[in-house]
Design a protein around this ligand. Structure first.
Ligand SMILES: Nc1ncnc2c1ncn2[C@@H]1O[C@H](COP(=O)(O)OP(=O)(O)OP(=O)(O)O)[C@@H](O)[C@H]1O
Length: 308
C-alpha cells in the first residue's frame, strides 16, 4: 500500500503582516517524484522550509510518516533529506570532508560513516571527485554534492528546492535522471519553474499560487487540465468550410495548410467520431485527425490565474 509520507494540514505562514501561504493541505506518496510548481513568490520555498523543519509555521500541521514535525522534530527530521535553494556547501572543504561532516550531523554511527559516504557519492556520481575542494567543482557537480548530503542518511523523503536552477542543459539532464533514480526507492519532492522538467521527471504535480493549492494530481491530469477545443483534420477531398460549419457543435473551421483544416468545437464529446462518420458518408477521404492540446505554458497560466 502506498500511503502518504507527508501529510500537510491547513498550513499557513505569515512572515510579518502578509501571509506567504494560506491554508495549504496536501499529501505526498511514499515513493516517486512529486513536482512542486508555482510562480515566483507563490510560496514553494516557504512550504518546503516548513516541511523540512527549517521554519516554524504560523498555523497548521506537518506529519512526516505520521510523526508531528513540530512536536517531535528530531524523529521527524531523521526521515528527511533537504537541499535548499542555495545549497549549504562549505566551499573550502573537499567532497569527502564535507560529506563526513554531514554524516556526523545526521548522527550516523562512526562505524557506518564511510559506507554511507561511499554510497551517497556513488549514487550521485561524485566518487571520482572525493578529494577535490568543492569550490573547484562545476555547478552541476556542486549540485550533485548537495544532493549527496540530502540522501547520505537514507531518508524516506528527499526535498529539493529548485535543484536544477542555474545549470546548463547537460547538467540539468543529469540531475534530472538522478532525481528519477532516487525517486525509484524513496519519495522526492522538488520545486521547479521549468514545466517541461516537471513533466519529464515527475509522477505527480502539486501547484501553488499566492500561497494556495491550485492543482493536485497526476502529470496526465495536468496535461489534460484544459479540455481540447479543436481538431486538426487532414482530408484528401476537403469539403467547403460552410459544410463543416453546419455540423452541430462546430464553432469555427479554418484552412491552415493544403488539405489541412482546424475545426473548433464547443463541449461536444463525440466530435472526432462524428468527423470520421461524415468523412466516410460524404467522401472527404480523411487521412489524419488529432486533437489540439493546450501547451504546458497555457495550462500553467490558466492555473496561475485561478488565484488572481
Ligand atoms: N524571510 C521573508 N520575509 C518576508 N517575506 C518573505 C520571506 N521569505 C519569503 N517571503 C515572501 O513570501 C512569499 C512566498 O515566498 P517563497 O520564497 O516561499 O516563494 P517561492 O514560490 O519559493 O518563490 P521563488 O520561486 O521565487 O523562489 C513571497 O511573497 C515572498 O516575498
Amino acid at each position: 500500500m502506498n500511503t502518504s509520507i507527508v501529510k500537510i494540514g491547513h498550513l499557513s505562514h505569515r512572515y510579518s503582516k502578509a501571509w506567504a501561504i494560506r491554508n495549504i493541505s496536501l499529501e505526498i506518496i511514499q515513493k516517486g517524484v512529486t513536482g512542486f510548481l508555482g510562480s515566483n513568490g507563490a510560496g514553494k520555498s516557504t512550504t518546503m522550509n516548513i516541511l523540512c523543519g527549517v521554519l516554524n509555521q504560523t498555523e497548521g500541521t506537518v506529519l512526516i510518516d505520521g510523526i508531528d514535525l513540530r512536536q517531535h522534530p528530531l524523529e521527524a527530521k531523521k526521515l528527511i533529506g533537504f537541499l535548499p535553494q542555495n545549497a549549504p556547501l562549505y566551499l573550502d572543504l573537499t567532497v569527502d570532508e564535507y560529506l563526513r561532516h554531514c554524516a556526523y550531523m545526521r548522527l550516523i554511527p562512526d562505524n557506518k560513516v564511510k559506507a554511507a559516504m561511499e554510497e551517497a557519492k556513488e549514487r550521485c556520481g561524485v566518487a571520482h571527485f572525493s578529494k577535490r575542494l568543492i569550490k573547484n567543482l562545476s555547478g552541476g557537480y556542486r549540485q550533485r554534492v548537495g544532493i549527496a548530503q540530502a540522501i547520505i542518511h537514507k531518508p524516506k523523503l528527499v526535498v529539493l528546492d529548485e535543484p536544477t536552477n542555474g545549470l546548463d542543459p547537460n547538467q540539468i539532464a543529469e540531475v534530472r535522471s538522478l532525481i528519477k533514480e532516487i525517486g525509484e526507492e524513496r519519495s522526492v519532492l522538488f520545486s521547479s519553474h521549468i514545466l517541461a522538467e516537471v513533466q519529464a521527471t515527475c509522477d505527480t504535480i502539486r501547484m501553488i499560487e499566492q500561497g494556495q493549492v491550485v492543482f493536485d494530481g497526476s502529470v496526465d491530469d495536468f496535461n489534460n487540465y484544459i479540455a481540447p477545443g479543436a481538431l486538426v483534420l487532414y482530408l484528401q477531398q476537403p469539403p467547403a468550410i460552410e459544410e463543416l460549419m453546419a455540423i452541430p457543435g462546430v464553432t469555427a473551421a479554418k484552412v491552415i495548410a493544403r488539405n489541412k483544416i482546424r475545426v473548433s468545437f464547443d463541449t461536444t464529446p463525440a466530435i472526432a467520431e462524428d468527423m470520421i462518420k461524415y468523412s466516410v458518408e460524404r467522401g472527404w477521404r480523411l487521412q489524419e485527425l488529432h486533437l489540439e492540446r493546450s501547451s504546458l505554458e497555457e495550462i500553467f497560466a490558466k492555473l496561475s490565474n485561478k488565484k488572481k
